[in-house]
Design a protein around this ligand. Structure first.
Ligand SMILES: Nc1nc2c(ncn2[C@@H]2O[C@H](COP(=O)(O)OP(=O)(O)OP(=O)(O)O)[C@@H](O)[C@H]2O)c(=O)[nH]1
Ligand SMILES: [Mg+2]
Length: 297
């Protein structure tokens, strides 16, 4: 995740005090708008666990009428039924959508075929004007840490494996080949999520979209424990072999810390270490698979 676009939390501030640098955001948005002119299709990556909170709210205006594919990445970490519902919701809104896993490549074959299909009309129009057939060009946009680089790497490897001859990267150009008739802009566009809603900030923080260095890790994990003890008490109990009833997140964090041997010299629980464990295990799906944005709203 790129550094330097967050302000650090204020001393003693227990809220998620996250502020993007506005100048940085405007510049990145302008860059995306410039690159848009070069492509036939936009691939918008969102986090499958939060398909709305992980979007830039201006995305419709930025992309305009250009054909767009919404890719729900990290679908391996989301509730499978939630993924299916969200794909349906996007389709109902007139957007093509597909759930993928950029680590094992699941869903990526569909991405290639959908991109080609979305570009068909434009390619036909270009040829009708007498232009020679060329590869379909697409660019990736998405918020920090949503998996843009992983997605590109996996898609490109798949493509080159299929054609099996030349290396995938065309030097001197900013395009990466995905098979012979599909090219990706090699630098993804970064767009920012919206932070004004504290609930959105919380969801982005617990899924890892915000750099941990700017956050109160202990406070965040306490909120997460509170949420999980309401949402999925059994998962918590099983994972951490808890016998006591759920409830007070402060006590829960201490118990988890001592069960996992997070002790400081002198024997007190190292709560920061315990907090990191809870967050890491939630982010890697060990505490269950969740879709945190409700598709039915
Ligand atoms: N489980 C899972 N993890 C993923 C997936 N895609 C990416 N990741 C992980 O998410 C993290 C961020 O991935 P990147 O590809 O670096 O994300 P990015 O959007 O390029 O991030 P920036 O360049 O910082 O904006 C990495 O730890 C990846 O391994 C996925 O489909 N499933
Ligand atoms: Mg990247």
């Amino acid at each position: 995740m790129s550094e330097g676009y967050l302000t650090p939390p204020e001393e003693g501030d227990d809220k998620l005090n996250i502020q993007w640098y506005p100048g940085h955001m405007v510049k990145a948005k302008r860059l995306v708008q410039e690159h848009l002119k070069l492509v036939d299709v936009v691939i918008e990556l969102v986090d499958a666990r939060l398909p709305i909170s992980s979007r830039n709210p201006d995305i419709d205006g930025i992309v305009g009428a250009k054909p767009r594919l919404v890719v729900l990445n990290k679908s391996d970490l989301a509730d499978p039924q939630g993924c299916r519902q969200w794909v349906r919701v996007f389709k109902e809104q007139g957007l093509e959508a597909v759930a993928v896993n950029s680590i094992n490549g699941q869903g990526l074959a569909q991405v290639s075929s959908l991109v080609r299909r979305l570009a068909q009309e434009r390619m036909a129009a270009l040829q009708a004007k007498g232009m020679r057939p060329r590869a379909v060009r697409a660019m990736i946009v998405g918020i920090p840490n949503v998996g843009k680089s992983s997605f590109i790497n996996k898609l490109v490897k798949k493509g080159t494996a299929k054609t099996g001859d030349k290396p995938g990267v065309t030097r001197g150009k900013q395009w990466v080949k995905v098979g012979k008739d599909f090219e990706l802009l090699d630098t993804p566009g970064i767009l920012w999520p919206k932070f004004e809603d504290p609930e959105v900030g919380f969801k982005l923080a617990i899924t890892g979209a915000i750099s941990d260095t700017v956050m109160d890790i202990e406070g965040l994990s306490l909120r997460l424990l509170q949420k999980l003890s309401e949402l999925a008490p059994r998962q918590l109990q099983e994972r951490y072999k808890l016998s006591e009833p759920m409830g007070d997140p402060e006590r829960l964090l201490n118990t988890i810390g001592s069960k996992r041997g997070c002790l400081m010299p002198g024997g007190a629980v190292d709560r920061l270490k315990a907090a990191r464990i809870v967050l890491d295990e939630f982010r890697s799906g060990k505490l269950g698979l969740y879709t945190l944005d409700n598709p039915n709203l």
